[in-house]
Design a protein around this ligand. Structure first.
Ligand code: RAM
Length: 901
């Protein structure tokens, strides 16, 4: 039989996480399929996992040969082979059968390796510089220079395979023979170092050579010893240190280890100071050329200090690492005062700049300051950074060309001020280095409204700027913390824009690490000071339940539910213990930063209690815990009843009477059926009474638009979306925003800048409308039963003000497209469904319209099954492939598109 034309691509392990040195001993495998035929799907797969590429080439799966499995599953296939031990190399490939039973060719080979799984695997020690900052002197802790550490070793031959396992308490950059190891920055990332420290694995085979080799590392204070939040430095420890374990295997099978220990040499060098919030000072006159190569004279260096630290908590890295993902040139510069140049990067971004200079005199001190915005005279506006200095300094060595790029800090900025005489702006080059966790972009968006396109771009940049090891609230002021409320409300949007499966897998460990013994999830994760910011507030702590649910919906990931199930159950128990008759107390942040409305905190708190109980019931059912499911569903019923009884009047009014209370009650299904319509009407009235303006804050805003679409008022949702007057999304856009502002009134014509104490211009929470744009406006959704886009739902909500939307979403099966265009008398909808998924497509219709697909009446199309043909919409079922629907007026009638739902 001829091979199938179906092709396998994009093999992934553990939801696309970095595949070297993983810790999961039953990793999940996945792949995508491609085909030119329609309605194509997989009918079987056959996976081979081998311990060497040679064995795999011979089709020998010595670790696992799945045999042929009849199944259309192509994601979350759990490895069921030989037990995976530390360091195991797993080469794998697969073949599949298509819908007609024809077999594909083998996929390409992919590799994952296991990290060090047990404490006994470590023989390296944490090492640091022998001189320690004075204990109890926070200023000294913060001001400490960066240690450089090194050692040399001889090799008789080049190893066949060499892996470097590295981590730090602090931040590290590992070096081998003059080369930087890997491309990660700010490694090992932020976790609660008291409980968990991620270890990265690097394949360094090509960096080693026969003869003398040198290995080293530079370390910074980072989140560990530098400033975190508003708490100041030294939250986890005061002395940064690094652990490096180089493991080599030679062709004759022998193995050799080179590990960090007291035999290494230590010195301070050109990095005089580094701090995540305050910046970095680099004195190039102290450069130590060749310090990371063999042959360097380190006789004046001190012996490194070996620290007697336990290996508990060392965990193979989970989640994507942080890297420089893209670079931006400045758009413009001005000189607000002589010799002070202010560059506009054209984009509020996070990371740092690389500065290339020529012919600078030795000792020239160049200062870079960073800010999100400027005063009208062109000088930096830094008031809203609070105490974060965001200042880098470079002292030139006087070489022909000098390049400065900091290592152990990051800034949130759009504007860069350069002072200190680096020459005229023409003589130096400045490049913005955009830094965030590595997550492939999954969403693409274009529509007929430039303002909405900019809004989408701002949402994406908010994500780029704040998904840096943990989801932070903001990246610039002395805060930058993993606020749970912000993360839960934005998680759905984030998942449409980038593949965040492994990012949130990592963060849920942080959330659980930060949970309290009474079951409470935290307000921030990681939580640097559990004593000061403790039990998660309503809508914040609930992130511990909502994020796993969102990951399940978007990626079909059940394991995240199983893994955190007990912690989620403890959270619900905590809510039960801290409520009276189903009602939660009047506590928390409420609908944080709402405008012209005050949502009662007890209403919000009780709504979230019910919502978490309901999600828990669903998740319990999904993982087969029926009794729990019943119990939680009953709890939901009790809280719902209490909510109605306490807060809802007979005319459908809800206590507080704000947009948020109606939105929450409708979204979370807290109202008796008979009162839904009245509450919906009250919500719509409120928006209309305010001339098409919203009042919702951080949390209400996430549900507002989906609720409007749900109650058949997509017209109002569009009105809010396209509103340009304050308060609205497009208000900030029309005033030049390039990211999402923390507050609706971050800057207004009337009042100028809001209070600098709390006015970030890069805070993603209010950008949670991104989910509605993809899910409702473009209409790309997943079925509730077959989640993770196995069964896709395409249901665009067309509204006045947009002529077309072209959106794409890269789901676990491949690319989904939904592109609609509304013209008088005609709606076109182009849809692409990836192989091995299917879709239910809702095509907006009007009375008297007929429906064509690919130019022929839909009834005649053999690949499309028309299931419903109504006045408002037609519903079709399709398999994979590309489809072009037209719903056309037989006789054009001037109907409005409003209330299309
Ligand atoms: C602010 C943070 C965050 C928010 C909390 C309640 O300090 O910026 O975004 O979640 O407060």
């Amino acid at each position: 039989m001829a091979h199938s034309a179906m092709r396998i691509y994009d093999l992934s392990v553990e939801l696309g996480s970095f595949a070297l040195g993983i810790g999961e001993t039953r990793p999940r495998l996945g792949w995508k399929l491609r085909s030119d035929s329609r309605a194509e799907k997989q009918s079987a797969y056959h996976i081979l996992v081998a311990s060497s590429s040679l064995l795999l080439e011979e089709n020998c799966g010595d670790l696992w040969d799945s045999g042929e499995i009849s199944s259309d599953q192509s994601v979350h296939i759990v490895y069921e082979g030989a037990p995976l031990l530390s360091r195991q190399r797993c080469y794998w490939k697969l073949k599949a059968r298509d819908s007609k039973g024809a077999e594909t060719v083998w996929s390409e080979t992919s590799l994952w390796t296991m990290g060090l799984l047990n404490e006994e695997d470590y023989s390296a020690r944490f090492i640091g510089h022998p001189s320690s900052p004075e204990e109890g002197n926070p200023e000294a802790v913060m001001r400490q220079p960066s240690p450089y550490l090194r050692t040399v070793f001889e090799l008789d031959s080049k190893p066949e395979i060499a892996t470097l396992y590295a981590t730090a308490l602090g931040l590290y950059e590992a070096r081998l023979n003059g080369n930087r190891v890997g491309s990660f920055v700010l490694a090992p990332g932020w976790t609660d170092y008291r409980k968990r420290v991620h270890v990265q694995a690097y394949d360094v085979t090509t960096l080693l050579t026969e003869g003398e080799n040198a290995i080293g590392a530079i370390i910074g204070t980072g989140w560990y010893a530098g400033q975190v939040g508003w708490y100041g430095p030294g939250q986890y420890g005061t002395k940064p240190c690094v652990l490096l374990q180089l493991e080599m295997t030679f062709s004759d099978g022998t193995k050799r280890l080179v590990v960090s220990d007291g035999g290494w040499r230590a010195s301070f060098g050109p990095i005089l100071f580094s701090d995540m919030q305050d910046g970095e000072t680099y004195d190039a006159r102290l450069n130590m050329p060749g310090w990371d190569k063999p042959g360097f004279d380190d006789s004046k260096w001190s012996p490194a200090q070996s620290l007697d630290l336990p290996y508990t908590g060392l965990t193979p890295g989970v989640g994507p690492a942080v890297a420089v993902i893209e670079s931006l040139p400045p758009l413009a510069s001005q000189e607000p005062s002589p010799g002070c140049y202010v560059f506009d990067m054209g984009q509020n971004m996070v990371g740092w700049v690389r500065l290339r200079m020529n012919n600078i005199a030795e000792g020239t001190r160049i200062r870079l300051r960073f800010a999100e915005t400027v005063h009208s005279d062109g000088t930096l506006y830094t008031d809203n950074l609070r105490s974060a200095r965001q200042t880098d300094e470079y002292i030139a060595e006087g070489a022909l060309e000098e390049i400065f790029e900091p290592r152990f800090t990051f800034h949130g900025f759009r504007y860069v001020e350069v002072t200190g005489n680096p020459g005229l702006p023409e003589s130096f080059e400045l490049t913005g280095c955009v830094v965030h966790s590595e997550m492939p972009e999954t969403g693409a968006w274009n529509c007929s409204h430039p303002g909405v396109n900019r809004l989408q771009s701002n949402i994406l940049w908010g994500q780029k700027g704040n998904f840096l090891s943990v989801p932070t609230d903001c990246p610039q002021r002395n805060e930058r913390m993993g606020w749970t409320g912000d993360a839960q409300i934005f998680a759905g949007t984030a998942a449409y824009r980038m593949n965040v499966a492994s990012f949130f897998t990592k963060w849920m460990d942080d959330v659980e690490d930060a949970s309290f013994s009474n079951g409470a999830f935290p307000d921030v994760a990681p939580n640097p000071q559990p004593a000061s910011l403790n039990e998660g507030k309503p809508g914040w702590g609930d992130a511990g339940v909502i994020v796993p649910w969102t990951m399940f919906r978007m990626y079909g990931d059940k394991r995240i539910i199983e893994k955190h199930y007990q912690a989620m159950a403890d959270w619900i128990a905590y809510l039960e213990a801290n409520s009276v008759g189903g009602l939660r107390p009047d506590i928390g942040y409420g609908d944080w930063l709402s405008v012209n409305a005050e949502t009662p905190k007890d209403v919000m708190a009780t709504a979230y209690f019910a919502y978490s109980a309901r999600l828990m019931a669903r998740m319990a059912a999904i993982i087969g815990r029926r009794d729990d499911a019943e119990r939680y569903e009953k709890l939901f019923g009790t809280v719902k009843q209490a909510f109605s009884f306490a807060y809802v009047s007979e005319d459908g009014r809800i206590k507080g009477d704000t947009q948020a209370v109606y939105t929450l009650a409708l979204y979370m299904e807290l109202l008796p059926d008979r009162l839904r319509a009245a509450a919906a009407a009250r919500l719509a009235e409120d928006i209309e009474r305010r001339g098409g303006h919203l009042t919702t804050g951080f949390l209400g805003v996430g549900y507002l638009m989906p609720v409007l679409s749900g109650i058949g008022r997509t017209d109002l949702a569009y009105r809010l979306l396209l509103q340009e007057n304050y308060p609205s999304w497009l208000y900030s856009v029309s005033h030049g925003a390039t990211t999402i502002w923390e507050r609706w009134d971050g800057w207004t014509e009337e009042k100028g800048f809001q209070t600098p104490d709390m006015n970030s211009f890069n805070h993603y929470s209010l950008g949670s409308v991104g989910e509605w744009l993809f899910r409702h406006a473009a209409g790309i959704d997943t079925d509730d039963q077959e989640v993770g886009f196995k069964q896709i739902v395409i249901r665009p909500r067309i509204g006045e003000g947009l002529d077309f939307v072209e959106a794409a979403y890269e789901c676990s099966y491949g690319t989904i497209r939904s592109e609609w265009r509304a013209e008088p008398g005609k709606i076109s909808l182009r849809v692409t469904v990836p192989v091995n998924a299917s879709a239910r497509i809702h095509i907006p219709m009007r009375p008297g319209y007929r429906l064509l697909e690919g130019g022929i009446p839909v009834e005649e199309s053999s690949d499309v099954e028309l299931t419903t043909f109504g006045e408002g919409e037609a519903v079709c079922r399709v398999g994979s492939g590309s489809f072009e629907f037209h719903s056309v007026a037989v006789e054009w009638q001037n109907a409005s598109w409003e209330k299309a739902d």
